[in-house]
Design a binder for this molecule. Sequence first.
Ligand code: HEM
Length: 463
Amino acid sequence: MLAFILSIAFLAVSAYQYIIGPLYFDRKSKIPGPTSFALTKWRLAFEDWRGHRTQAINKLHQQYGPVVRIGPNEIHCNSLTALRTIYGAGSGFERTAFYRMFDVYGKQNLFTFYSTKAHGERKKLVANAYSKSLMMKGVAASMVQTKVSQYMAFLEAKDTEPDEIFSSLHYFSIDSITHFLYGSRFGGTSALTGNIKDRGLLSDILNPARRRLSWFAVHLPTFTKWLYTRKGLMESLLVPLLPMQKPATYTGIRIHALEALQRFQHAAETEPGTTFTESTIMTQLWKSHESVKGAGPGALDSLDIASECADHLLAGIDTTADTLMFLIWALSRPQNAHLQRRLIDELCALPDHALENGVPKLEALDALPFLAAVIRETLRLYAPLPASEPRSIGVDCVIDGYSIPAGTVVNMSPYSLHRNENVFLDALKFDPDRWLGPKEQVAVMNRWFWAFSSGGRMCIGLQ
Ligand code: HEM
């Protein structure tokens, strides 16, 4: 009898905790959305498994409006007011544990810090190196121009043979970013000019099983970490269960970051003074390491520096290569042939002094209106990071009139913001000319344009 009563009590408590509470008594129950999503996080995880998460959330916005409940403790928003409340500078919202999968060697970095303070301190060390004025002139600009020349030579060497553009754009992207982060001597790669080892760094990134691994890392983080950190006999026994066989995604570029730092460190110790001739992200971080050496919490150790560099590489490599790939694909479609022609004409009209060794200077490219419109339209319709950017805050708040309890995970996504038909007419059409229309209209679209996020945690690569 006692067992029966205890079972009923257990069922009643579970029903309240997992069904009645979330659906009727939780403050989030006022937020519109389907019951199945409010009841369990696995409903959204299922869409993620199918590769439809971002599109499914967009459909929910179309059906339920600008604020929807997508999980027992998770909501998704799609309005300018929510954008300011959540991502505006000084909003108090912080990144969630989701980002910890991007820690490198167990070390947090710019991408994964939660707290505004820790993030701000690290950002101060590198922000200047990313400033537009430095990028457009000097060493960084000529390095990018060299990589463009090498990419053109790579394509021309293929003659009439078609190129598998997804891989070759990754060569361009890894070579450019490693030179920027590490410099030519310590870790700059040569994938474009045929270095097999450097091309090999990309094999775990280009492996399609990577998507399955990210599903596991997002939805079963502890189990996934456990699976990948077993050693010896246990490791061999678990091989069939791994979502992606080792080496898992980014293993190559993580090892590469550490090796680059070791080479740099060795040179710094054996040839003092010579290592700072090239200004790179690694030299910036190293200078701070030297100035506060061993002096408490501000001091960066070698793993902090390697983690920071590897993180920038993994943040920049796919985003850059995928944007270029979508841009080229969009222009290659027969219905866009006229856009391709206009872009060629704009580039061919550049005067000789805007070229260096036959390649346009970055400053000259930056001033081309149609090129800017084509890039912006690519980033709007095919944002390389289209999905939700989760945040949370430790106090209750109000978003678009809904009371949101402390600790709720709130999200917004470029995919949904960029498809609002009231802002982007004929939103699914690739139409660069929309960015060349009346100023007031462009100003409104700019407010909704969110490919690089916004506020204190926006992309550092954009500046
Ligand atoms: C088309 C190219 C790029 C796009 C669309 C892009 C987009 C983004 C977005 C949306 C975020 C915020 C992510 C979030 O909060 O969930 C971000 C952050 C970041 N990106 Fe980019 N990115 C691009 C290129 C780059 C490049 C080339 C680098 C560096 C070489 C870079 C480094 C970073 C870093 C370090 C962060 C973290 C910033 C912070 O938290 O302060 N990105 N990027």
